[in-house]
Design a binder for this molecule. Structure first.
Ligand SMILES: NC(=O)CC[C@H](N)C(=O)O
Length: 513
C-alpha cells in the first residue's frame, strides 16, 4: 500500500494545537528560547514527540511530516550526515557484496514516511524515527513483524549464540560490531533450539560465509539461516546512531518491516509500535521453558575449565526460564547430573527429584512478573536449605525471593566485554551480559550480601544469602559468547552442594558416635 502523503504542517500550528508556547515549554521542561528555536528551524526534537502526542489533535503523521525549513545551530545535522542525506539511496553491489549504506539521514529529526528508492525495509521506532535500509531474512507484513524492544549488543563475535539466547525474546538486537555473519552458522552454536529474538539490525549487509565452521555452504549463510528462523533483519543502518539514541533516551519499542511486496506501511507500523506495552510487566520467563529433560552433555572438548571435582555427580534440578545450553553443559562439566524442569515447576515436582542443588536459569521478560508464580516456590526451597545458584533472570528471581526488588534499567547491558568487580576479593572479571532489569540493592534485606558490581555503571551484579546457601550473578559465567573469567562460579555451586552433603553425612553419623 502506498503511504499517504501526510498533511503539511508547521511547528506553529502544532504548538497552537498543543495549547500554546508557554504551556508547551512548561510541560516539556524547556525555556521559551528552545520553543523559539523549534519554530525557527521548523522541527520539534523527537524526544518531545511523546509529549506532543498526548495532546488531542496532534498525531505522529504531523510530527514526522515536519521538514526543517531553516538550519539552526542546535538542529543542524553533522556535515557527514548532511552529505549522506543529500546522496540518493542507491545501493552499490560490487564484488557480490551488498553494502547499502543508510543514505537517508540518520537523524530522527528528519524521520519521514517516504520510502527512498532502493530501500526494501525499515526500522521504525516509537519516537517516530524511521530508518530505511535493505532487508534480509524472512519477509514481514507491510506494517512490520513482531513489535519488540530495540536494544544494542556490543559483542564482537558470537552472533549465533546471541541470536539464539532465549533471554532476547521480545527484543530486536542491534549489533554494534559492523561485520556480522562473516563466519556463517552451524548446528553447534545454538544456545536453544531456535531464535527467539524478534529480529536483527546490522550496519553492513551480511556477506558470504568464510569459515571452516560454517555448515551447509550457502545454507549456512546467516541470511538463509535467518529466513529459516522466520525472522527479519535489516542492514545499511547507522548502528552508532541507534546506539547513541538508546543510550541517551533509554529503551524504545520498534519493529522491522520487510515486506515481500516492497512497500512498507510506515503509518500502520508506527501505530503498532506505539500500542505495544513493552517488556515491563511481561512474564516471558514462564513461557520460555522447554519440556522437562535430563541433560548429560558437558562442555566441548578442548575447552579449558577448572578440573571437575570427583565424587558421585551432584543431583541438580535446573529450573528453565529460557536456559542457554552452555549453562547446562557447564553444570555437567562441573560435576552435576542435571534434570531440567520448567521454571514454573511446583515445589513438590522439584523435591520429587531429590535435588542436592537447584539452579535458576536466565530468561526473558520482567523478573517481577515471572516472580509472581515462581517466588513462593523459591521461598520454600530457601527454607529447605537446598543450595541455590541463579544466573541473570535466576539472579533477579532469587533477589525477589529474598525480599528484594528489581527495576527496569535506563541502559541495559548486552555484550561480552562488561567488567564486574567481586567485592570480596577485589578481582575484576570481564563478563558476558544480557539484561535490561537490575536488582535494586537498596531493597535487599540486611542479611543479603551484595557480592558483585558493574564497573560500567555501578549496578548490582551479584548477591549471596549465606544463611540460605544461595548465591547468584546478574552476568553469564557460562559465556557463549564471551570470556570465561567467571566459569569458576559453577565450582562454587558444586562446593556448596558438597558442603551440604558433608553436613548431612555428619548429622546422620553423629548420633552413633
Ligand atoms: N539474560 C537474562 O536472563 C535476562 C533477564 C531479564 N529478562 C532482563 O532483561 O533483565
Amino acid at each position: 500500500m502506498e503511504p499517504e502523503n501526510p498533511p503539511m504542517q508547521d511547528v506553529d500550528s502544532i504548538i497552537t494545537a498543543a495549547g500554546g508556547a508557554a504551556h508547551v515549554a512548561r510541560l516539556a521542561g524547556v525555556g521559551s528560547e528552545a520553543v523559539r528555536k523549534w519554530r525557527q528551524s521548523g522541527a520539534i526534537p523527537a524526544k518531545h514527540w511523546p509529549l506532543f502526542l498526548s495532546f488531542p489533535g496532534v498525531n505522529m503523521a504531523m510530527l514526522t511530516a515536519l521538514a526543517p525549513r531553516q538550519k539552526s545551530t542546535t538542529l543542524r545535522p553533522k556535515p557527514l550526515q548532511a552529505q549522506r542525506a543529500a546522496t540518493p539511496p542507491a545501493p552499490s553491489t560490487h564484488h557480490g557484496k551488498d553494502r547499502m549504506t543508510q543514505r537517508t539521514t540518520p537523524n530522527h529529526l528528519r524521520a519521514n514516511l517516504h520510502q527512498p528508492a532502493g530501500a526494501t525495509a525499515a526500522l521504525i521506532l516509537a519516537d517516530g524515527t524511521v530508518l530505511w535500509g535493505r532487508g534480509f531474512g524472512a519477509y514481514t507484513p507491510a506494517e512490520g513483524g513482531q513489535v519488540a524492544e530495540l536494544c544494542f549488543c556490543t559483542a564482537m563475535s558470537g552472533y549465533q549464540e546471541t541470536l539464539t539466547d532465549p533471554s532476547f525474546t521480545g527484543q530486536i538486537i542491534t549489533f554494534t560490531f559492523p561485520h556480522i555473519g562473516n563466519t556463517g552458522t552451524n548446528a553447534e552454536d545454538h544456545e536453544a533450539s531456535h531464535m527467539l529474538a524478534a529480529g536483527m539490525v546490522v550496519k553492513d549487509m551480511v556477506t558470504e560465509p568464510s569459515s571452516w565452521r560454517n555448515e551447509g555452504g550457502a545454507e549456512g549463510d546467516l541470511r538463509a539461516w535467518l529466513t529459516r528462523q522466520g525472522k527479519p533483519g535489516i542492514a545499511g543502518l547507522d548502528t552508532r546512531f541507534i546506539t547513541r539514541l538508546l543510550r541517551d533516551h533509554g529503551p524504545q519499542s520498534a519493529v522491522i518491516a520487510y515486506p515481500a511486496e516492497g512497500q512498507v506501511d510506515v503509518k500502520s507500523a508506527l501505530e503498532r509500535v506505539r500500542l505495544w506495552e513493552g517488556l515491563e510487566g511481561a512474564d516471558l520467563g514462564s513461557q520460555a521453558a522447554r519440556p522437562a529433560r535430563s541433560w548429560d552433555k558437558g562442555r566441548w572438548e578442548g575447552f579449558i575449565m577448572p578440573k571437575a571435582p570427583t565424587g558421585t555427580p551432584r543431583r541438580v534440578v535446573a529450573l528453565d526460564f529460557g536456559a542457554k545450553d552452555n549453562i547446562l553443559r557447564s553444570l555437567v562439566s562441573a560435576g552435576c547430573a542435571v534434570q531440567v524442569l520448567p521454571g514454573t515447576a511446583s515445589f513438590e515436582d522439584i523435591m520429587a527429584q531429590a535435588p542436592e542443588g537447584v539452579f535458576l536459569s536466565n530468561g526473558p521478560g520482567d523478573p517481577a512478573a515471572t516472580g509472581v508464580k515462581v517466588v513462593p516456590v523459591l521461598k520454600k526451597l530457601l527454607e529447605s536449605a537446598i543450595p541455590l545458584f541463579g544466573i541473570c533472570l535466576g539472579h533477579q528471581l532469587l533477589a525477589h525471593a529474598l525480599g528484594g526488588k528489581t527495576t527496569k534499567m535506563a541502559r541495559g547491558h548486552h555484550g561480552a566485554n562488561q567488567p564486574v568487580k567481586d567485592l570480596a576479593t577485589g578481582r575484576v572479571e570481564i563478563t558476558s551480559q544480557n539484561h535490561g532489569f537490575a536488582v535494586d540493592e537498596a531493597s535487599l534485606p540486611a542479611d543479603v550480601v551484595v557480592t558483585h558490581r558493574s564497573l560500567f555503571d555501578g549496578t548490582n551484579e551479584g548477591i549471596a544469602s549465606p544463611r540460605h546457601k544461595a548465591f547468584s550473578v546478574q552476568y553469564h559465567p557460562e559465556a557463549s559468547p564471551g570470556p570465561t573469567d567467571s566459569q569458576h562460579l559453577f565450582q562454587r555451586f558444586v562446593a556448596n552442594i558438597d558442603a551440604a552433603r558433608a553436613a548431612r553425612a555428619n548429622t546422620q553419623t553423629s548420633p552413633n558416635t
